[in-house]
Design a protein around this ligand. Structure first.
Ligand code: NAP
Ligand code: ZN
Ligand code: ZN
Length: 349
């Protein structure tokens, strides 16, 4: 049996629970989990906030920002051995044969990737259980390498918050000479600010929290705009090449569409519970794009981890024992996060 924390229903707090992990098959890596980041998606899923778009199967064991040490490998594993550091993000499998998988875009697998939690587990026939647990068993094709020099707690959030912000910035070619906005300074947003800054862009953070202005600048923003201030927003009208929207709740995206210049892109990575209405005229004059992006492929995730190791980039974390997970969720809802909660899995022992 593997110790875990699970939600038993949309309304119940997370609580101790036992799950079964398979014994490693030939291609599998068994990882003893050291740290697991707390993504707002964990909360959306545990509380069934995505409804029919991604209904939750209970019990639900969230967690997809996993760093640990390999404790066992299957007979066919070549990339890992017992004792190695290893990481797992949002996916544990995909079809591997479709056109997306062949392009290294397993996140856009045409048969749907197997997500790390609440996914259809090909091995057990049940659902996958995530990283709020002692250990996990994953096919080596979906296991990432972590540098021995890395701060492990601060590395865990890269597996979702990191790749989810890195991938669209790479795809839309964020670079020096561009003006780039990041909306919402939470787990994703603070990595977005770090990457936009690292890619050399003029970086502007939009926040609803005046208390985060100084942190926004320390994290790499050249300017911080309090989005509730209409005059401050208006001053940036028509000036952005790219804006990454990392907000977890209902908000007015029209006010950001108005900030794009000709052919600029507003990319949504936040996944709020309710639809976000778009006013047509905000899309027409000038011509612009409203886009979206979901996590990133395995090769790009490794590229991002290596980029972060080379540049000394990691997440700003508040490490918590797993017993504080419900309190952490309540704080996430209030935007009270600096800037990623990470569970020290030793607390589960
Ligand atoms: P988070 O740490 O809770 O940060 C969200 C931030 O959004 C908050 O810190 C706050 O920033 C801002 N915010 C919250 N409520 C708001 C409101 N009512 N109006 C305006 N701003 C508000 O969440 P996260 O883990 O970064 O995740 C953000 C979203 O991305 C979630 O919906 C999550 O499910 C989604 N997500 C998507 C992907 C993907 O692949 N596309 C991957 C991971 C997560 P300020 O205080 O600065 O305003
Ligand atoms: Zn996530
Ligand atoms: Zn596929």
């Amino acid at each position: 049996m593997t110790k875990a924390y699970a939600a038993q229903s949309a309304k119940s707090p997370l609580a101790p629970h036992s799950i079964t992990r398979r014994d490693p098959k030939p291609a599998d890596v068994q990882i003893d989990i050291l740290y697991c980041g707390v993504c707002h998606s964990d909360l959306h899923q545990a509380r069934d906030e995505w409804h029919d778009a991604a209904p939750t199967a209970y019990p639900c064991v969230p967690g997809h920002e996993i760093v640990g040490r390999v404790s066992k490998v299957g007979s066919g594993v070549t990339k890992f051995k017992a004792g190695d550091l290893a990481a797992v993000g949002c996916m544990v499998d995909s079809c591997r044969t479709c056109s997306s998988c062949q392009r290294g875009l397993e996140n856009y697998c045409l048969s749907f990737p197997t997500f790390t939690y609440n996914g259809a587990d090909k091995h057990s026939g049940g659902v996958t259980y995530g990283g709020y647990s002692d250990r996990i068993v994953v096919d080596e094709a979906f296991v990432l390498k972590v540098s021995e020099k890395a701060n492990l707690a601060a590395t865990a959030p890269l597996l979702c918050a990191g790749i989810t912000t890195y991938s669209p910035m790479r795809h839309w070619g964020v670079t020096a000479g561009q003006k780039v906005g990041v909306v919402g300074l939470g787990g994703l947003g603070h990595m977005g600010v770090k990457f936009a800054d690292a890619f050399g862009a003029q970086t502007v953070l939009f926040t609803t929290s005046p208390s985060k202005i100084d942190d926004g600048k320390r994290l790499g923003a050249d300017e911080v705009v309090v989005s509730k201030n209409a005059a401050e927003m208006k001053a940036h009208a028509g000036s952005f090449d790219f804006i990454l929207d990392c907000v977890s709740a209902e908000h007015d995206i029209n006010s950001y569409l108005q900030l794009l210049k000709l052919d600029g892109t507003l990319c949504l990575v936040g996944a709020p519970e309710k639809p976000l209405p778009v006013a047509a005229f905000n899309m027409l004059l000038p011509r612009k794009q409203f886009a979206g992006s979901g996590i990133g492929g395995i090769a790009e995730t490794q590229e991002m981890l290596d980029f972060c190791a080379a540049k000394g980039i990691a997440s700003d974390v508040e490490v918590i024992p797993i017993q504080k997970i419900n309190e952490a969720y309540d704080r996430l809802v209030k935007g009270d996060v600096k800037y990623r909660f990470v569970i020290d899995m030793a607390s589960l022992k």
